[in-house]
Design a protein around this ligand. Structure first.
Ligand SMILES: Nc1nc2c(ncn2[C@@H]2O[C@H](COP(=O)(O)OP(=O)(O)OP(=O)(O)O)[C@@H](O)[C@H]2O)c(=O)[nH]1
Ligand SMILES: O=C(O)[C@H](O)COP(=O)(O)O
Length: 201
């Protein structure tokens, strides 16, 4: 099996209207929602040809990415949602050998970023830190070796995710690229998403 055929991607997305609240002082609810949708569509477009399957975890959101398989969000936040998604995927008879967790807010993501997360040595965990080096913008988990890797998104998640890999005695590869570093959280990040806004807006 090729690495692409053996890899699935799990993309977490919040409910319509619930995302990017930290940008509320600068963007209206409608603008935030169209930014979320444009970024999600970008991440899906870039990822599609690189892997066997993409699964969305989150509530139905008005037809966006509707062609993809979707798991309902169990509630309880991002880590709980990802755990639920991984468990559902790992229990399949056609479960992948590698699962990449990719947030939907990476407007500069390019196909090679996904390939780098995908093409790791068997048994290695890939961690892509955010631009500050503290957060985690993507994780690449070998299955079933990392079936019990605890998701620890939140403050200092990059260090905590490294620790989780060490606990499972899995090697860690840190992947730092412009496309993976640039998630959109705060006003100062918005320049990296300028190409996601239509000229009229
Ligand atoms: N399904 C699901 N996705 C989530 C949850 N929390 C965050 N996400 C998604 O995870 C990715 C990264 O989340 P954040 O960077 O915190 O983005 P955000 O929550 O939209 O932004 P803020 O509201 O400003 O915190 C985005 O694609 C979010 O939609 C959750 O509880 N469930
Ligand atoms: O663990 C992290 O890196 C953060 O919780 C991810 O969220 P952020 O995109 O809000 O930094």
């Amino acid at each position: 099996m090729t690495l692409a055929a053996a890899t699935w991607v799990l993309i977490p997305v919040k409910a319509r209207g619930a995302g990017k609240t930290r940008l509320a002082a600068l963007l209206s609810a409608a603008e935030r929602e169209s930014l979320v949708e444009a970024m999600l569509e970008h991440v899906v477009d870039v990822t599609q040809a690189q892997v066997a399957r993409i699964v969305i975890i989150g509530p139905e959101r008005g037809g966006i990415a509707a062609h993809l398989e979707r798991f309902e969000d169990p509630g309880g936040g991002l880590n709980a949602a990802l755990e639920h998604g991984r468990r559902g995927i790992a229990s399949r008879s056609d479960a992948p050998e590698r699962l990449i967790v990719l947030p939907a807010d990476l407007p500069c993501l390019v196909p090679d970023d996904v390939a780098r997360l995908r093409d790791l040595a068997a048994g290695a965990v890939g961690i892509a830190p955010d631009r500050h080096g503290h957060g985690t913008n993507a994780l690449s988990l070998p299955l079933p070796a990392a079936a019990r890797f605890r998701f620890r998104f939140g403050p200092d998640s990059a260090a905590l995710h490294r620790l989780e890999a060490e606990i499972l005695r899995l090697s860690v590869v840190t992947i730092t690229t412009p496309g993976l570093e640039k998630d959109i959280d705060e006003h100062s990040d918005l320049a990296d998403a300028a190409h996601m806004f239509s000229p009229a807006s």
